[in-house]
Design a protein around this ligand. Sequence first.
Ligand code: C5P
Length: 243
Amino acid sequence: MMQKPRDRLFVALDVDDLKSADMLMNRMQGLVSQYKLGAQLLTAAGPEAVMHVRRRGSGVSYDAKFHDIPNTVETAVTNACRIGATIVNVHTSGGSDMMTAAARAARDVAKKLRQPKTLVLGVTLLTSLTQGMLGQELGVRRALVNQVVHLARLAQAAGLDGVVASPHEIKAIRKACGPRFVILTPGIRPAGHARGDQKRTLTPGQAMAAGADYIVVGRPVYRAPDPAQVVRSIYQEMEDALA
Ligand code: C5P
């Protein structure tokens, strides 16, 4: 993948309304060209938020994390593709049939509307989960990294374009699923930034060096006094790691 750092960063727009989203995007105008929209903004502003960011000329990763029966997920992914999401995600734990339905929906919309195909990614394990939580709460006995690789393989076999995983699992997924399988990773913390609720974090440079295609950064950017400055230093770190 030969894209510039700019094409490989999504800034999370975790705000409560479109006005705040616009204010944030204005501060990064000309610098950031892709945003990640998730539960926070979408429950407040709805799908209009996706269309709004697209109209501003930016790419959108629609962090929907759909997890439902196949028919429901198929129609939801269809709608996400129709409103122009560049990327949409579903939970791999929804199973193979659900993921196959999601992949089919994206292909069908691209064909019907003659627009670029929305990438469909499978969320493996949330970056806020730990090995202890996996065993004690979810009853999964496998080592966390092995469970992530298992879910990534399932996603690939179901026809998804890639997965969402923590930076700690990038190398193992790459090895198991090959160079063309897309890996998008949140849980990114530039040096000196608070981890917050994220448990499995790495810096932007480390994530690039490990083989991530895309990184998602939220709080370290939107809570900074000067978001543009943080973005510039992230790009620099990414560039250094890729050089
Ligand atoms: O603020 P922070 O950089 O931790 O934001 C990460 C973003 O990525 C959040 O919006 C979160 O919902 C999302 N995300 C995540 N872990 C996943 C999938 C998405 O943290 N597995």
